[in-house]
Design a protein around this ligand. Structure first.
Ligand code: RIB
Ligand code: CA
Length: 324
């Protein structure tokens, strides 16, 4: 099974598309992505998930304005391929990104749809492109279904989603997969290299007050906002019994940049799309009974190394100040 992280260990920046539903942890994943010289962000596309598409798109434009991401931004599909939307306002708030004040968007919204923009980036890229999907995989699936001829321009897909052992929205399913299981089935069944950061690893990527206080002490505008996002996430998760804030989405970026911090296992991941209790479950099989390996699953992380990576990344934004 091809390990996507090997692409990021050279000197040539890797073209990436960021697709997400910001979302506090999507935003922090994008902070990490923009701060790395190993990534060349070619497009940002938004999906419905943590909040409605309109809200996640507004948030994406604010985040890109804050960070100086100057790639085109496009709205994706308004709802999952075959099911009704599910949102997570209980976690991310009514805006989808409650907490610190953010700049109003100073970056335009593309006239293209997310699928059209993704296709354009793939056609025009000299190198194969990595898609980093940190929300429901609706747009990625739609791209694969609408443009099978462009699969050869996709190096692979780094996904935050699923959980081999358990779920977080139901007992069996993690939120991103549950919102659109059919989309996840299309992605994991595409034959493209998939790296999955599921709850098995992201709930070990816990951030504690000493971590976000260290980030706040960096003292630039982005570090203060990232610390506020982390504190918001921490307070919510402490109320529901977590020891710290499980910072899910940045794992889908960090595992590409710093593979040595993550423990991986290749396996076949099947997506359950039926069932009253198990719809959206990611079933991991290493026996070969369900088929050949179709994903490399990150299963553990060096938590301190992950926290150090976040604290280092925000220093990239020293000297940047955007009117809020
Ligand atoms: O289950 C965690 C995932 O759902 C994260 O991507 C978070 O942003 C939400 O989309
Ligand atoms: Ca997300």
């Amino acid at each position: 099974m091809f390990d996507l992280s090997t692409l990021f260990q050279g000197d040539r920046p890797v073209p990436v598309i960021l697709d997400g539903d910001p979302g506090h942890d999507d935003a922090i994943a994008w902070v990490l992505a923009k701060a790395s010289p190993k990534l060349d962000i070619r497009a940002v596309t938004t999906c419905a998930g943590n909040q409605t598409l309109e809200k996640t798109t507004y948030n994406a434009r604010r985040i890109c304005t804050l960070l100086g991401i100057d790639a085109p931004i496009a709205m994706g599909l308004h709802h999952p391929l075959f099911s009704d939307p599910i949102t997570a306002g209980n976690i991310h708030g009514q805006s989808g990104l409650d907490g610190p004040a953010l700049p109003e968007p100073a970056v335009p919204l593309s006239d293209l749809s997310a699928v059209e923009l993704m296709a354009k980036v793939l056609r025009e890229s000299e190198d194969k492109v990595v898609i980093i999907a940190t929300g429901p995989e609706t747009n990625v699936a739609a791209l694969l279904l609408a443009h099978p001829e462009l699969k050869e321009k996709i190096a692979g897909i780094s996904v935050m989603g699923g959980g081999i052992a358990y779920g977080n929205w139901t007992a069996a399913a993690e939120f991103n997969i549950l919102v659109d299981p059919e989309a996840a089935e299309a992605v994991f069944g595409s034959g493209l290299p998939v790296q999955m950061c599921g709850l098995d690893v992201t709930e070990k990527a816990l951030i504690f007050p000493e971590d976000f206080q260290r980030i706040r002490a960096v003292g630039n505008q982005v570090s203060q906002i990232v610390a506020d996002w982390l504190e918001f996430f921490y307070r919510f998760h402490r109320e529901i019994g977590y020891a710290g804030a499980p910072v899910h989405d940045p794992c889908a970026v960090a595992s590409l940049l710093r593979p040595e911090l993550f423990t991986r296992q290749a396996m076949h991941v099947a997506i359950e799309t039926q069932g009253e209790y198990c719809r959206g479950c990611t079933v991991g099989d290493t026996s070969g009974k369900l088929g050949e390996d179709n994903a490399i699953c990150c299963m553990n992380v060096d938590r301190q190394g992950f926290a150090d990576l976040l604290a280092e990344a925000v220093k990239f934004y020293d000297g940047r100040e955007v009117p809020v």
